[in-house]
Design a protein around this ligand. Structure first.
Ligand SMILES: NC(=O)c1ccc[n+]([C@@H]2O[C@H](COP(=O)([O-])OP(=O)(O)OC[C@H]3O[C@@H](n4cnc5c(N)ncnc54)[C@H](OP(=O)(O)O)[C@@H]3O)[C@@H](O)[C@H]2O)c1
Length: 255
């Protein structure tokens, strides 16, 4: 049976999620009901992917088995409280930093599951953190990429920090690409090759069962070019600013 999927907060993140789910084969693809707020983006998704724009948030909740909660954190309480939530409904929040118990109070008696995807879900390649373990939410999120389920909400909030790591890695990718272009490589080749190099590192970490530190030691043996570069990076404590950024977001999520 086709899942009915409502979206409250039709924005950057949920737009990418809808794009990802719309790529699923017929039969697995949900039927989408969009909030009318942000009319332009909702109309664009409706035209491109056959989603339906509803007349109100209440109509979205009434029409949907699963409702994705995708507004900004400070918009959430006003957006969700007082809507016709019902028993047996799943409210799947992608909102950073708002705890399950707080959301559950606003959307009772619906069940709340928290997810932290990244916009690569538009290509089915997201890394999705999920709390708590829930087969219905897991099945849905697997349509957008790999799922890491956690049964501890603080651990989830720590893993969710990597929703930001994704953006920082894209920024690093851009800087390395710019360096390559300045070194004389045609922009398209530079972008493609650097992006594939990031993917190659991820694939090796996922597929090779060796400890990653062993893989790094092997690649960066003393005297090798990779080793010389690592010496420069480590000599300048290259991970220091990354640790500071990770700690900062972790503290913000902890409130
Ligand atoms: N961006 C990411 O990569 C990313 C990754 C993981 C998680 N998230 C989470 O996703 C959430 C949304 O982020 P975003 O970047 O997608 O923000 P966004 O593009 O601003 O999307 C939020 C949308 O919610 C709408 N909205 C506000 N109040 C509403 C209401 N009462 N009813 C219905 N819709 C309402 C906003 O409309 P207006 O513009 O009119 O206010 C906007 O269209 C955040 O909580 C964030 O933590 C984002």
């Amino acid at each position: 049976m086709t899942v009915t999927l409502g979206i409250l907060g039709v924005g950057h993140m949920t737009g990418a999620m809808v794009e990802g789910w719309a790529r699923l084969p017929e039969g697995e693809r949900p039927r989408f009901f969009l909030s009318p707020r942000n009319a332009e983006r909702a109309a664009a998704l409706a035209a491109a992917l056959g989603a339906e724009v509803m007349e109100s948030n209440a109509a979205v909740v009434e029409a949907s088995d699963i409702v994705v909660l995708g507004v900004r954190p400070w918009q959430a309480e006003e957006a969700f409280k007082g809507l016709p939530w019902r028993e047996g409904q799943l409210a799947l929040s992608v909102i950073a930093g708002i705890k399950q118990a707080v959301l559950a109070d606003w959307v009772a008696p619906a069940k709340v599951v928290r997810a932290m995807p990244v916009t690569a879900c538009a290509f089915g390649e997201s890394a999705n953190a999920l709390y708590p373990a829930d087969p219905e939410a897991k099945a849905l999120m697997e349509g957008l990429g790999a799922v890491s389920e956690l049964d501890d909400e603080s651990a989830f909030d720590r893993l969710a920090v990597h929703g930001c790591t994704y953006g920082w890695l894209l920024s690093l990718l851009e800087d390395i690409t710019q360096w390559s272009i300045e070194a004389g490589i045609p922009p398209e080749a530079a972008r493609r090759h650097v992006a594939q190099t990031f993917r190659a590192a991820g694939t090796t970490a996922l597929e090779d069962p060796s400890p990653v530190s062993d893989l790094v030691d092997e690649l960066g043996s003393p005297g090798s070019f990779t080793g010389k570069g690592l010496e420069t990076l480590r000599g300048q404590d290259y991970f220091g600013p990354w640790r500071a950024a990770l700690d900062r977001i972790r503290q913000e999520y902890d409130g």
